[in-house]
Design a protein around this ligand. Structure first.
Ligand SMILES: [Zn+2]
Length: 331
């Protein structure tokens, strides 16, 4: 029983690997965020620990149930969110997990370590992991989950099997949402479209209204940036910079929403409006598409991506965001 939705070819491949007993000791699952990489790693954690011989991870035996309830002593998830400083995975976040990998699993057949947002590992943490991967302890599986596999050490990559997870089709997302939630058709279409092939995002948007509320706030800031002068722009960047210290993820989300808006403006201008993601604000997007040249749109998108990279590289947020607002204003 797989909880992973879509990714049919990958699942077929993994089923064959498990059936043949050829599972690798370490995998890198890479690809866009929220498309099911961690879910698939947890599916495999069940598959290797399930005590029911007739099927791959039955979902009913004691092992499967304890993993589903996040109570299994041998399944560890490490991520920046669970870390001490919330933005990176340091040696202190990973040391205990690596240490216990030398001991026999407590309750299952395999100890499974899932490192989410593995690109956020510090150099020290990466090197400690590398040491473990160089002499992989028995009965241990490692899953490194990342949307930026180029940031992983090449020495780590060479010790792992890499599997790419792509975006999921609109049809699969639409079908999943309509069979699991009761939604009016308009909202169903909006969330399907905004998800951009990321089912995990769509599910979060269904369960937590804060997801759509934060998008609405990001859009409001975007319109404000265009309606008003530079003074108002700088007050936006000032507020964002101070929010960054409290909740960096919310600022990355805002930048991502701005990115998709510029992308949609470009699509309306030059491609076909069926590819627009922000379908609920189509009229505003169409209006804005008349004001921009294609080169400015491309520039703006790269300015936003650069700002996001600079924040991740710990450049002073106020500097990054003021600079971004200034350049967007000029364009
Ligand atoms: Zn089972």
């Amino acid at each position: 029983m797989w909880n992973t939705i879509g990714h049919e070819k990958l699942i077929n491949h993994l089923e064959q690997v498990i059936a043949a007993g050829r599972i690798s000791h370490a995998y890198i699952f890479y690809g866009p965020e929220h498309v099911g990489k961690t879910t698939c790693a947890l599916d495999l954690a069940r598959a290797v620990n399930c005590t029911n011989q007739t099927t791959i991870s039955c979902g009913e035996c004691q092992q499967c149930l304890r993993i589903i309830k996040e109570m299994h002593a041998d399944i560890h998830v490490v991520s920046p969110e669970r870390s001490d400083n919330k933005t990176s995975i340091g040696i202190s976040d990973i040391r205990d997990v690596l240490h216990s990998s030398n001991m026999k699993p407590y309750e299952g057949s395999y100890r499974v370590t899932i490192i989410d947002e593995a690109e956020c590992m510090t150099e020290e943490a990466s090197n400690a992991l590398l040491k473990t991967l160089e002499e992989p302890p028995d009965q241990n599986l490692f899953f490194l989950i990342t949307s930026q596999e180029s940031k992983l050490l090449s020495t780590i990559k060479s010790r792992c099997q890499l599997l790419y997870f792509s975006n999921i089709t609109k049809d699969i997302i639409r079908e999943y949402l309509s069979s699991n939630y009761s939604l009016d058709p308009q909202k169903l279409e909006l969330i399907t479209s905004l998800s951009r092939g990321r089912l995990g995002w769509a599910i979060r948007a269904m369960r937590d209204e804060a997801v759509l509320n934060s998008r609405a706030t990001s859009l409001e800031l975007f319109w404000e940036l265009h309606r008003n002068g530079l003074d108002s722009g700088f007050s936006i960047s000032e507020n964002m910079a101070s929010d960054y210290f409290k909740n960096p993820k919310s600022i990355f989300n805002t930048l991502e929403h701005w990115h998709t808006l510029f992308r949609d403006i470009m699509i309306v201008k030059h491609v076909d409006n069926i590819y627009v993601h922000n379908i609920d604000v189509y009229e505003q997007i169409e209006e804005m598409s008349k004001k921009y040249l294609i080169n400015n749109l491309i520039d703006n998108i790269s300015l936003i991506l650069n700002a996001s990279d600079q924040l991740k590289a710990n450049v002073i947020p106020r500097l990054v965001l003021d600079n971004l607002v200034l350049k967007l204003h000029k364009n």
